[in-house]
Design a protein. Structure first.
Length: 498
């Protein structure tokens, strides 16, 4: 059918086999048909021969049918196949934009993208089609076995978690049909560094020596001592202290506290940490010299906070040892102890995060309940609190045993006499008080109901008791139920003439 586009003739639809038309008389034929996506397609056959145009159009229609049935791939590939060959950097750019729209922190997004880019470069991956789980496993094993800067199980778990986050996004966005690294599991994490708590006596020496120390890591000695005290009495992390401004402090009123926004905490929840009066006054003095809107404490990077504390601990230990220099025996005893040592003899470390651990430990030793410690430390579960500080909680086993009831002491002779008198009283109650009268025959044997009759049993089933109560209160039991001979009521079988 020849159709011209214009005012002379209207365009007509085909019957599923496509249609041919010419845009100008004598021009090439154009084919129009429905593709596998259900949309109308138009394409030039580049020929003026109608028979050749029909043959070409028939091939296109047949291919569309095969694409609809899923027997062949669409021309140019599917969206999945196109996304599989795109450079990995383009997917990461879209991934970053998506996470920013979700409200994720810039630090989290940058860290996830950095892990993905580094591990992809190590595995030689440039596009999604290159992803292989065995290659990433080999890379993680090599990094864990490295002698220098080897990965801990926690770091390896971060790598797996970063790829899971990215690939789940790719699947949800239609860039992948499934996660090619789904079978990878995080390595079993275990604590790499055991931390110890700071004893109250150690804190007294550390505060006294640090307050008079020189400026170090951009902080004066008094500011460092205030930072340590703030971490000990509030349990705040180094990152949470570094983001504090004067606007976070609520020092007036009956309940002075520090208010943190969800974006400033680790669990992304608002936090309110109450302050003791002994800490309120130093903070007020520090606010007098603080710049409004600026950070209260310019802490060094997280990789240097532990080094800062170790320097101050070393000076405090040196002062503590010098205090006993006149006494040789006392000096030798102190020198052999772990007092104010950054690393104890059993390998436990005292770094900046150990101050937060000390805060919870002091609460446990002070008798606070596990639930109160969980709320103060902002732990997600009570099991985390008990696993960390359970051994420091007061031992209440002896108090629990003391709550058992006390059993009074009894004389054995008196107990035997009371038992004998009790048995005689029971026998007396069971003896009849008067002469026994012969019972009627129908009362000596239980009446037959739905169950066979039982003779002389005190306990009867409810059906038998219901029969007895109904028959005793109304009329004598019939003879066919074990009643007296004078009961002339016919049995059911005689009533029916059987």
């Amino acid at each position: 059918m020849t159709m011209y586009r214009g005012n002379n003739m209207a365009r007509k639809r085909g019957n599923g086999e496509g249609s041919l038309y010419q845009r100008s008389q004598g021009g090439p034929w154009y084919a129009s048909w429905y593709g596998a996506d259900g949309k109308r397609k138009e394409r030039s056959t580049r020929t003026r021969s109608r028979s050749d145009a029909e043959r070409i159009m028939r091939k296109w229609v047949e291919r569309s049918v095969l694409e609809t049935e899923g027997l062949v791939a669409p021309e140019g590939g599917t969206e999945l196949s196109q996304a599989a060959v795109l450079p990995l950097g383009e997917h990461l750019t879209a991934f970053r934009a998506s996470k920013v729209a979700e409200g994720r922190s810039a630090k989290h997004i940058a860290g996830t993208a950095q892990i993905i880019e580094a591990s992809a470069a190590a595995c030689g991956w440039t596009k999604l089609a290159d992803l292989r789980p065995d290659q990433l496993e080999r890379h993680i094993a090599e990094r864990q076995g490295s002698a220098t800067n080897g990965w801990t199980p926690r770091t390896a778990g971060k790598c797996v978690a970063a790829w899971r986050t990215f690939l789940r996004w790719c699947v949800a966005d239609g860039r992948l049909e499934s996660d090619p690294l789904a079978r990878l599991k995080k390595p079993a994490a275990h604590r790499q560094r055991e931390r110890r708590i700071l004893l109250p006596e150690e804190w007294a020496w550390l505060r006294a020596t640090t307050a008079d120390a020189e400026t170090r890591y951009g902080l004066q000695g008094a500011d460092r001592a205030l930072v340590y005290e703030l971490a000990l009495e509030t349990g705040l992390r180094a990152g949470e202290i570094s983001c504090l401004t004067p606007g976070h402090l609520r020092l007036e009123g009956k309940s002075p506290h520090i208010q943190l926004d969800p974006s400033e905490t680790k669990n992304r929840r608002p936090a309110r940490q109450y302050l003791r009066d002994s800490l309120v006054n130093p903070l007020k003095q520090h606010l007098l010299v603080a710049t409004p809107g600026a950070r209260l404490f310019c802490l060094p990077p997280s990789t240097e906070t532990a080094a800062m504390l170790r320097r101050d601990l070393a000076e405090a230990r040196e002062a503590w040892l010098g205090d006993a220099a006149a006494n040789r025996e006392e000096f030798a005893r102190r020198n052999a102890s772990d007092f104010l040592r950054p690393v104890s003899t059993d390998g436990r470390h005292l770094d900046f995060h150990a101050l937060r651990h000390t805060s919870g430990a002091w609460l446990a030793m002070g008798g606070a309940s596990p639930k109160a410690i969980q709320t103060f430390m902002r732990h997600s579960t009570i099991s985390l609190t008990l696993d960390t500080y359970g051994h420091l909680l007061p031992d209440e086993a002896h108090q629990t045993v003391s709550k058992l009831p006390k059993v009074p002491a009894v004389d054995p002779a008196t107990a035997v006499q009371n038992c004998a008198s009790g048995c005689r009283s029971v026998q007396t109650r069971r003896e009849p008080k008067g002469p026994t009268e012969p019972q009627e025959p129908h009362l000596q044997t239980s009446r037959a109901g739905f169950e066979p009759a039982t003779g002389g049993l005190e306990v009867r089933c409810s059906i038998q008791l219901s029969y007895r109560d109904r028959l005793t209160n109304a009329t004598p039991a019939p003879r066919w139920l074990g009643g007296p001979p004078e009961a002339e009521e016919l049995s059911p079988r005689r009533k029916l003439g059987m």
